[in-house]
Design a protein around this ligand. Structure first.
Ligand SMILES: Cc1ncc(COP(=O)(O)O)c(C=O)c1O
Length: 228
């Protein structure tokens, strides 16, 4: 396949995620998308089984989504949230609040999974700061967990897996516990997860993968909870 000029020209200026650029395989040039397919520069088509890291869960070029984005871009592409609001954000928050269980009825909008986890962690810390409680700063995370690649989210990922171990010593170590599932059929706490961990001195918040939904992530991402 002869390479498009933009691919070779841009290669010297782009750092791509999750790879060592010196040894990474060349990226495939995508020129169009259709449904579940990626169209390459030479006309070949690939089925995108990852749905673009799950951000294209409804398929590419979905007519309803394309029309809504086009209409919104023409009317008002962006407005900051500082002191201002707009109908789509208010409608989305209202709809999400109606879907969420129990007293989970507030929404904080973020633009990625990692940022949503950062925000959840910051909220948990700020909860205690606002109450004047000092020292409740550590999080309990679950072994095998993955929550993103920004610095704070890396501290609550599995400490031994993946590239995050490279950054050991840069950020505070959190408490890591083994998740066990306890099925409670009825009554208060039905279906809730429980946690088994080592010594929990100073640990007051934990990351729970079912509490926050980030863009493109289907159902899971991190939220926070309290150790009783
Ligand atoms: C469970 C989970 N949390 C967080 C993230 C990070 O999301 P993002 O890549 O949008 O920052 C991912 C990404 O794959 C994920 O699978």
């Amino acid at each position: 396949m002869s390479e498009p000029a933009w691919l070779s020209q841009g290669r010297d200026h782009l750092w791509r995620p999750y790879c060592q650029m010196k040894t990474a395989n060349p990226a495939l040039p995508v020129v169009a998308t259709r449904g579940s397919r990626l169209v390459l520069a030479d006309g070949r088509e690939l089925v995108d089984g990852l749905a673009s890291w799950w951000t294209a869960c409804h398929g590419y070029n979905h007519p309803h989504i394309a029309a809504a984005v086009r209409e919104q871009l023409e009317r008002m592409p962006h407005v900051m949230f500082g002191g201002l609001s707009h109908e789509p954000a208010n409608r989305l928050a209202t709809r999400l609040a109606a879907l969420l269980p129990g007293d989970l009825n507030h929404v904080f909008l973020a633009e990625s999974g990692s940022v949503s986890v950062e925000i959840a962690m910051k909220m948990a810390l700020q909860f205690h700061i606002n109450r004047g409680v000092k020292g409740r700063t550590r999080f309990l995370a679950f072994r095998g967990g993955y929550h993103g690649d920004t610095l704070a989210t890396m501290t609550v990922c599995d400490p031994d897996e993946g590239m995050h171990s490279l950054f050991d010593g840069v950020m505070p170590r959190q408490q890591v516990g083994q998740m066990v599932h306890v099925v409670v059929a009825e009554g208060q706490g039905a279906g809730r997860r429980q946690l088994r961990s080592g010594p929990q001195t100073g640990v007051r918040q934990f990351i729970d993968q079912d509490q926050v939904v980030g863009p493109g992530q289907g159902r899971d991402d991190a939220g926070v909870g309290e150790i009783a």
